[in-house]
Write a protein that binds this ligand. Structure first.
Ligand SMILES: *Cc1c(COP(=O)(O)O)cnc(C)c1O
Length: 362
């Protein structure tokens, strides 16, 4: 048996609906900034409980434009978890601002207790990531941000509808940044992203920024970009959004099977913080002999992934920041030990039991 993260199962489950939506767009003769996008923005904003959603090209664009829209740039510092995907950090550096890394806690999210030590007079914002689908410790983080008058930007690329104490990720801070990359819990069939905000003027700014910086055609207020969610992706996302709750429920059933079934003292299972909602974007375990575990599974037909093997502060592109190995030992340890087991909608009992048995044999 071969087991790997696959997207065809969730497509097949709703294939008729996706096909109808795609045909509707093709037949409409209108492909960018139209009714589907507007509807999706309304539906997604209401799903997460934010006032406004602005559809964009990607999650990275959401992060870049969030930093830009808040007026953060050269000379400014933004606090960011040391344990995250590179895109989070690119959102900061693409604007000329400086990322200031903070170690993760045992839930893989930014450790709120270490944030204040990283604040300087140049700090303008805290960029939070709700990694793997679990909301970060938002009550504590929001309190710190308020005390120091800092913006909060949330990277929700992995956390669609995950909440902390009942408040959904993406609505705690000033801007919630979402990715709809195909593998995400709410994935499109190509690149797509969005921001969610509560401030109408800020929403207007994002609408201009995504469209060359223009509100009125051919009159440009900002030096903007082209980052529009197209009608095809919006229509397909509307279908998926209508099934999102059931897709997340299925992921919760699957994670429970892993949590109950995996019994191996070499493996650390994921934990959920009190008060944190988890939408289980990934099922990430830790193992000191991670590379051996990876190879062991691979040889038996189980393809796993590493999210992520090299933390941003050790990436070649950030050499100029002057960090070295050992600067963030917890993030580095995680990078050496994490392994994402196959985990996808439509995973069968046979497939998950096979993975559980092989993991227990290790
Ligand atoms: C996927 C992801 C992004 C980037 O989203 P894209 O749509 O691929 O640009 C950003 N941050 C995190 C944490 C992600 O997982």
């Amino acid at each position: 048996m071969k087991v790997y993260d696959r997207l065809d199962r969730q497509y097949e489950k709703f294939a008729k609906e996706y096909q109808a939506a795609a045909l509707r767009v093709l037949d409409s003769g209108w492909y960018i900034l139209g009714k589907e996008g507007e509807q999706f923005e309304k539906e997604f904003a209401s799903c997460v409980g934010g006032a406004y959603c602005v559809g964009l090209n990607s999650g990275l664009d959401a992060l870049i434009l969030a930093v830009r829209a808040l007026g953060i740039g050269a000379g400014d510092e933004v606090i960011v978890p040391a344990n995250t995907y590179i895109a989070t950090v690119l959102g900061i550096t693409a604007n000329g601002a400086t990322p200031v890394f903070v170690e993760p806690d045992e839930y893989y999210n930014i450790d709120a207790d270490r944030i204040e030590a990283a604040i300087t007079p140049k700090t303008r914002a805290i960029m939070v990531v709700h990694l793997y689908g679990q909301a970060a410790n938002m009550s504590a983080i929001k309190a710190i941000a308020d005390r120091h008058k800092l913006y909060v930007i949330e990277d929700c690329a992995q956390s669609h509808t995950a909440d902390f104490c009942g408040k959904v990720s993406g609505t705690w801070g000033d801007v919630g940044c979402f990715s709809f990359y195909p593998t995400k819990n709410l994935g499109a069939f190509g690149d797509a992203g969005a921001v969610v905000v509560n401030d109408e003027a800020l929403a207007e700014k994002f609408r201009a920024l995504r469209n060359y910086g223009s509100r009125v055609k051919y009159y440009n207020e900002y030096a903007g970009v082209n980052s529009r969610l197209d009608e095809m992706q919006a229509a397909l996302l509307r279908v998926k959004l209508s099934h999102l709750a059931e897709l997340i429920d299925e992921r919760r059933t699957l994670k429970e099977k892993y949590l109950q079934g995996i019994k191996n003292s070499a493996i650390i299972l994921p934990k959920v913080r009190e008060g944190a909602g988890h939408v289980w974007h990934l099922f990430v375990v830790r193992c000191e002999r991670r590379n051996e575990l990876h190879d062991f599974l691979e040889q038996r037909g189980i393809h796993t992934q590493i999210h992520y093997p090299v933390p941003p502060h050790l990436q070649k592109c950030y050499e100029y920041l002057g960090h070295k190995k050992g600067d963030f030992p917890i993030a580095e340890k995680f990078a050496n030990e994490v392994l994402s087991l196959p985990f996808y909608n439509g995973m069968t009992d046979d497939e998950i039991n096979f993975v559980i048995n092989v993991v227990n044999e290790f």
